[in-house]
Design a binder for this molecule. Structure first.
Ligand code: HEC
Ligand code: HEC
Length: 379
C-alpha cells in the first residue's frame, strides 16, 4: 500500500501527466464533426383519425424517435441496469407487462396496472389512470426516479448517457448538441416522448377493415356485438343497449374523460377511505372520487389483466362486471347499470350478448401495431 503514491509519482513523471491529461477532469468531448440534419418524421394516419398535434418545441424527427426508442428499451435508465420502460410496457403485451400491478427494480409493487401505450398522441386531458401529468415529456421524467420503478437519479443517468459510446452521437443527430456534456434529462425525455407519440395504431384491425369496406366481414356474433356496443338497432330488431360506446367511442375507443364505472362500493361516509380515489387525488373534487381514465379498447385482447388495478383477468370477467357486478357509489356514472334482470328485456344482456360483445372487442385487435419493426427493442 505504502508504495502506491510513489509508483504514481514515478508514473506521472515518466508520462508527464498533468491534471488536465486525466480524462475524468475534462469529460466534455466536442461533437461538432457529426452532421446535424434531422428529418421530420412522416406519419400516415388511418382513416377517421384526427390530424395530430405535436408540441412546437418537440416535433417528431426520424433521429429523435430512434433515440427515444433506444432510451425506452435501455436498462441504462435504471439504477441496477435490470429494467427499462419496456420491462413494464412490453411490446407483445400491447405495451403493458400483463401483470395486475407492476413491480419495479427493488421488487416493490405499485398499486396500479401498467397502461398500454397506444395512440398516446391523442391523450387530451392528462396521462396516467388519474390524468395527473399533462405531457409525455413530463411523464418520461418520472419513472427514472420513482422508487417503485427504475429508482435511479437523473444526475446519474445523465452521467451514464454522457459517458456512453453510442448516445452522444445520437443526441447530436437528434437535437444538435455541441458536446456530450449537453446531454440532459430534458432532451432524454423529449426523445422518449417522440418515440411514444409515434405509437399510433395503423387501422389494420378487422374493425377498421370492415369499416373501410374492404376485404373482410364481421361474423354474425361480431356484428351483433357491434349493435350492443354502439347501441344500434340497424336491422329493425331490438337489441338492448350496452352503452359501451358512450365512453369507449370514436375511432380511439375512448372519449378521453374520467368516469366511475362501478368497480368499488362506497358511500358519502366511506368515500375518503377507499384504497384508490383516482381522479380525486388530482382535482380534489369529491365528485371525482373513484373516477379513472376511460382507456382505449384498441388491442384490448392483448393487455390483460384489466382495469386500473388489474382486478379482472379476462374479458369474460370484464363483461361479468358490466352485466351484473356494478358496485353502487355516489359518483357512479349514470350510464353504468346492471344488465342482469331477465324480467327487464330493455336492459337484459344474456350469455349470447356477452359473447357477442367480447367477439366485437376482439375485432379491435391489430398485431401489426405492436409487431411494427419500428417499435421493437433495438437491443
Ligand atoms: C415498474 C413498471 C413501470 C416502468 C419501469 C415504467 N412504467 Fe410507465 N406505467 C406504469 C404504470 C403502473 C402506469 C400507470 C400509473 C398510474 O396511473 O398511476 C404507467 C403509465 C405510463 C404512461 C401513461 C399512459 C397513459 O395512457 O396515460 C406512460 C406514457 C408511461 N407509463 C411511460 C413510461 C416510460 C416512458 C417509462 C420509462 C422512462 C416507463 N413508463 C416506465 C408502469 C411502469
Ligand atoms: C360510463 C363510462 C363507461 C361505459 C359506459 C363503459 N365503460 Fe368500460 N371503462 C370505463 C372506465 C372509466 C374504465 C377504467 C376503469 C378503471 O380502471 O377504474 C373502463 C375500463 C374498461 C375495460 C378495461 C380496459 C383496460 O385497459 O384495462 C374494458 C375492457 C371495458 N371498459 C369495456 C367496456 C365495455 C365492453 C362496455 C360496455 C358493456 C363498457 N366498457 C362500458 C368507462 C366505461
Amino acid at each position: 500500500m505504502k508504495g502506491l503514491p510513489f509508483i504514481f509519482i514515478i508514473f506521472c513523471l515518466l508520462s508527464a501527466c498533468k491534471d488536465d491529461d486525466i480524462p475524468e477532469s475534462d469529460p466534455c468531448v466536442s461533437l461538432s464533426d457529426i452532421v446535424y440534419a434531422p428529418t421530420i418524421k412522416e406519419i400516415t394516419l388511418p382513416n377517421r383519425y384526427q390530424p395530430i398535434q405535436q408540441p412546437l418545441d418537440n416535433e417528431m424527427t426520424d433521429e429523435g424517435v430512434l433515440l427515444g426508442r433506444h432510451l425506452f428499451f435501455d436498462p441504462i435508465l435504471s439504477a441496477d441496469s435490470t429494467m427499462s420502460c419496456g420491462s413494464c410496457h412490453a411490446v407483445g403485451g400491447n405495451f403493458t407487462d400483463n401483470k395486475a400491478t407492476s413491480t419495479g427494480i427493488d421488487g416493490i409493487n405499485g398499486k396500479r396496472s401498467a397502461m398500454p401505450l397506444v395512440d398516446l398522441i391523442y391523450v387530451e386531458k392528462g396521462l396516467f389512470w388519474d390524468g395527473r401529468v399533462s405531457t409525455l415529456e413530463d411523464q418520461a421524467l418520472l419513472p427514472i426516479e420513482d422508487p417503485i420503478e427504475l429508482h435511479d437519479t437523473w444526475e446519474n443517468v445523465e452521467a451514464k448517457l454522457q459517458r456512453s459510446e453510442m448516445y452522444p452521437a445520437m443526441f447530436r443527430k437528434a437535437f444538435g448538441i455541441n458536446e456530450n456534456c449537453d446531454i440532459s434529462k430534458d432532451l432524454a425525455s423529449k426523445a422518449i416522448a417522440q418515440f411514444e407519440r409515434s405509437l399510433i395504431t395503423m387501422g389494420n384491425s378487422k374493425f377498421d377493415r370492415v369499416l373501410n369496406g374492404g376485404d373482410t366481414f364481421f361474423t354474425e356474433s361480431e356484428y351483433r356485438g357491434s349493435l350492443f356496443f354502439f347501441d344500434r338497432d340497424d336491422d329493425g330488431t331490438f337489441v338492448p343497449d350496452a352503452q359501451c360506446a358512450h365512453c369507449h367511442g370514436g375511432p380511439l375507443f375512448t372519449d378521453n374523460t374520467f368516469r366511475n364505472n362501478g368497480l368499488t362500493f362506497f358511500t358519502d361516509e366511506t368515500a375518503m377511505n377507499i384504497s384508490d380515489r383516482g381522479r380525486f387525488d388530482v382535482s380534489n373534487d369529491p365528485d371525482h372520487i373513484g373516477h379513472f381514465r376511460v382507456p382505449t379498447l384498441r388491442n384490448i385482447e392483448f393487455s390483460a389483466p384489466y382495469m386500473h388495478d388489474g382486478r379482472f383477468n379476462t374479458l369474460e370477467e370484464v363483461m361479468d362486471h358490466y352485466i351484473c357486478g356494478i358496485q353502487q357509489s355516489p359518483t357512479l356514472d349514470v350510464l353504468i347499470i346492471n344488465h342482469c334482470d331477465p324480467e327487464d328485456p330493455v336492459e337484459f344482456l344474456n350469455e349470447q350478448a356477452k359473447e357477442d360483445i367480447i367477439a366485437f372487442m376482439k375485432t379491435l385487435s391489430d398485431t401489426t401495431f405492436f409487431n411494427n419493426p419500428e417499435y421493437q427493442s433495438p437491443f
